[in-house]
Design a protein around this ligand. Structure first.
Ligand code: ASP
Length: 280
């Protein structure tokens, strides 16, 4: 069993040591909860459960505490991928729901598995999800001051369960201050991808991640026989030509785990099968 989570990118300049430590602590707590859950649940169930915990923590830029867009609204995106049957589902720019990842979960059973904008919000309402404002006073204050965020980050989780199944989940409030209608990488196969060999979740500048096709590219390389480390290194090297700004976490069916970032700094935590590790 392996579980890796990330709390997204943050800019070093806007991140105090104290905030970083707070995030690392929060990640380790959530990692432990996810790890216990994984003992009796599948990879896909565990990524959903763990992603909801990360979405509910206002320290992270997903669900509660999501960043505000240029028109003052919050639009969130999330995706889920089950390595077992290679099914992807996602929700793009949904408003006023507590846990976007739960909508992605609901969409798994639909024929139309990726919904966006007003249709996504309507789907959530029809499914009985209550109206919920994910705005927090901190994000509002940053928005009113037209300030960069104090360092919130997207969230992600990849899991290998005891039966060798893999899954990935990623959820985001976006970059902050974006043009309404902008599409994040998080609910695309560039930001979140899994098959029976490998599962990847990315964070960083969505445009760079999409341009690199990052998650899918790493998974494809591992599927074709490259080691996880080499697949990460080659894919990140390719991003250097356009100074791509990204980070990712990954796990393979053999239990290899890896993370990489093009620029400091992402907060990650992982259970490598023996012990918890926190990277920074
Ligand atoms: N990748 C996200 C986006 O661009 C942001 C992030 O990872 O922090 O929407």
């Amino acid at each position: 069993m392996r579980i890796l989570i990330h709390g997204g990118f943050f800019s070093e300049s806007s991140q105090s040591k104290e905030t970083k430590e707070k995030k690392q602590k929060a990640l380790l707590n959530i990692l432990d909860l996810g790890k216990s859950y994984l003992k009796n649940h599948s990879a896909i169930e565990t990524v959903i459960y763990t992603a909801t915990l990360l979405e509910d923590d206002p320290l992270f830029n997903a669900g509660t505490g999501s960043q505000i867009q240029s028109d003052g609204k919050i639009r969130m995106s999330a995706a889920l991928m089950n390595g077992l049957d290679q099914k992807f589902s996602g929700v793009i720019n949904v408003e006023n729901v507590k846990n976007p990842i739960i909508i992605a979960q609901m969409l798994m059973k639909e024929e139309d598995r990726v919904l966006g904008g007003a249709g996504a919000s309507q789907y959530a309402e029809n499914a009985g999800l209550p109206f919920y404002s994910t705005e927090t006073p901190e994000r509002k204050q940053e928005f009113l001051a037209k300030k960069e965020s104090s360092g919130t980050g997207t969230i992600g989780c990849v899991v290998l369960d005891s039966q060798g199944r893999l899954a990935a989940a990623t959820s985001t409030g976006g970059k902050g201050f974006e043009i309404p209608g902008r599409i994040s990488d998080s609910a695309t196969i560039a930001g979140n991808y899994a098959n029976e060999y490998c599962a990847i979740s990315c964070t960083g500048v969505g445009e760079d991640i999409v341009s690199a096709g990052l998650a899918t590219k790493i998974v494809t390389r591992v599927t074709d026989g490259m080691s996880l480390k080499d697949a990460f290194n080659k894919s990140f090297k390719e991003m250097q030509s356009h100074d791509g700004f990204a980070g990712a976490i990954g796990v393979t069916k053999n239990g290899d785990i890896y993370f990489q970032e093009s620029h400091p700094n992402i907060v990650f935590a992982a259970f490598n099968g023996i012990e918890n590790i926190v990277f920074s």
